[in-house]
Design a protein. Sequence first.
Length: 410
Amino acid sequence: MDREPFDHVWIHARLATFDPRVPTPCGLLEDHAIAVRGDSIAAVLLSSAPEVRSHRGAVTDCGGKLVTPGFIDCHTHSVWGGSRAAEWELRLAGVPYTEIAKRGGGILSTVRATRGLSEEELFQSAVPCVQSLIREGVTCVEIKSGYGLTFDDELKMLRVARRLGERLNVDVSPTLLAAHAVPPEFAGRADDYVSLIVDEMIPVVAREKLADAVDVFCESIAFTSAQCDRIFSAAKAHGLAIKGHVEQITNSHGAELVARHGGWSADHLEHLDDAGIAAMAKSGTVAVLLPGAFYFLREKQKPPVEKLRAAGVALAVASDFNPGTSPFASIRLAMNMACVLYGLSPEEALAGVTREAAKALGRGERLGTLEAGKRADFLVWDVTHPAEIVCQLGVTPLVGRVVSGKNCDA
Ligand code: DI6
Ligand code: FE
């Protein structure tokens, strides 16, 4: 007998497909079914379709509940040592983030703590954080290095990121962010540190497939655009993708640089100017909005969301989960902040952690929407309206999780 065309079919779902070809809000399809073969979506059909009715394999009845694509947190720093709570107290008392960084605190304080932990200790401390993201529906998470800043410590962080993906039920996209801060050993010699990144770290990271992309902090307190340019050229030469922390505190024209190199995403963007927007629109670089850092730093300047929208730049949303400027492991809080602080619609916020976030990780072909051919990562929600996922925090109305075509505990 021929093998059944599908292994498992989820029926009676309200699908928020986020498929751009479906012209309803959120690409909504009432009473539909997702037919899965292996780890992929084989077809999206009406629940009453003959192929669904004749299916003899496994069936899950979603009982009319809302189903969305798995969430993708496309910008996190989920691996680190130590705590920055005391620094947060200082910031609340009025000491600026840039001043704390100049005094050797900020990123560098986390670097000291991270260097002091073994790979196993770092892994153990990251597990509950990544599990928190998973419990909210994250099925794919980007994790950056950037708190090691030596050859060994950056690779240690990337190995921890890889292990998190192997041990937890989540797809990890690791990123080399060695250019996060100038390490103390290289104070006043940033160009020499850039040479270490370019000549030693990038070739090994690429060879050992420890990262998908290379990120930089292009900023007055970090690396100049000329230094970032060198790093991006090396990344490209070794087949790694490009992204950047740009225009967060000042405008350093980092978005234009990322766009010129055909980068996947430019992230933060509070101080982005018109030339940066035009460059991103031209190159198809995704704008990753990180309202958590904006909130925690009590920034006043918002990213130019309306202009980005008007220019047709894709808008993704991420948690930026890190110990300093965005200390929360919650993609739903990030979505909520993107609406309340930046004026995204709930639909845009949901698209920003699904379809657009997939593009920001170079995985738009495989993730981010409910369509045939995509990986079968999806979430079942006990909500009356998609916006409820973004609006109501503290309880997570997630009642089903499917990862690579398999039902998991919600
Ligand atoms: N911008 C940020 O908001 C984070 N990194 C960056 O380049 C901050 C990371 C930290 O403060 O530890
Ligand atoms: Fe970040």
